[in-house]
Design a protein around this ligand. Sequence first.
Ligand code: PLP
Length: 396
Amino acid sequence: MEELSRGRALGKVTAVIEESERSPMGTMKKIMQENPDIVNMSIGEANFDPPAELIDIACRLSADKVNRRSLYTSTRGLPPLRQAIARYMKKTLGADADPDENILVTVGGTEALHLAIKVLVRPGDKVLLPNPGWGALEGLMRRQGPEILYYPLRKAHAWTVDTDAVLQAMHAGVKVLVVNSPSNPTGAMVVDPAGWARIMEKAKELDIFVFSDEVYHVYTYEGPFVSAVGLDPTFENLLLIDSFSKAFAVMGWRIGYAVAHPWLIRQMDVYKETVSACTPSIAQWAFAEYLDSCDAYLEQRRAMLKDNMEKMVARLNAIPGVFCPKAQGGFYLLPDFSALEPSSVAMVEKLLRGGVATAPGAAFGSMGEGCLRLLFSQEWLDVDKVVSRIEKTLTG
Ligand code: PLP
């Protein structure tokens, strides 16, 4: 704190530092450490074990003194991993991508977004983001100095978009449109197949770049997932962002990937060389070996997550004054508590005193006000305990 005041006094503190000071995550983590009895429903992590087979592979590779898997890899990512990713995309998204031309392995989905924003967005450009949406993305965008415009996700329609409103917002001055489906923080598959087709058609017509952030796509609970990739097979106007963080509960391994047109992948690759040199090598080698055999793991986790989600939704909707749409994917719910307390920050404080940590909807944008983001990824989630605590706090 002293350092920060000194920096401020010297006029040296950048907007980035000020921004991180306002982030609620650090405060929340500290409160959790000091109060282990609080049930943590606030932080966006996959709270289940990574695949045992993947861990075994990573341990074996780390100890391999002959093949030395700890060296730098190519910036673009190991060729066998990029080939495995192309097969994974075919299987899970029904899409084709050239492992040499279209795929860049990145330090999580975050780096994929960071690199794309750095090479594409200039000060004064117009970018169109969802509201509510994942806060870190807005932070990344803001640092490049564009004009940020928003399109709403609609609470009354299970947090999906009004396609006509998105099309209207996509005017000629817009450079980038970001779509995140399944959504953090709402759990919605925000665009239906017909809506996606219309959005991609307009993007091509106006040469708008669409960032489709699909990092939660392997966990969907209602109907098949619709990816944007099939709608622009040559990636003229599309960048796909995916990550293994949430799918395989390896947030700290820092591994994800971007799929785009060869010219954009080349730009991002060159930029990445100076930012991170390469994605962690053991994570890359391990996924290259493991990825083809992930089906049973994903199926089992999907069943667990769906069960958690359905129990949570049923119990929450039974509390008078609470409205909780089902999540169609990912592992967040964004229930509306506004009939009981209009301020999401005040509600978070109240529930924290009642033993449950949640994230305020307002942290994800103005449309999230009155709502709380609840995580349901915990393999050990005791729905009765959590919802009873919430209910007691609200009605007691
Ligand atoms: N996109 C969304 C919507 C997210 O919620 C996250 C993480 O919370 C990411 C991207 C980035 O995840 P990672 O960098 O861990 O792959």
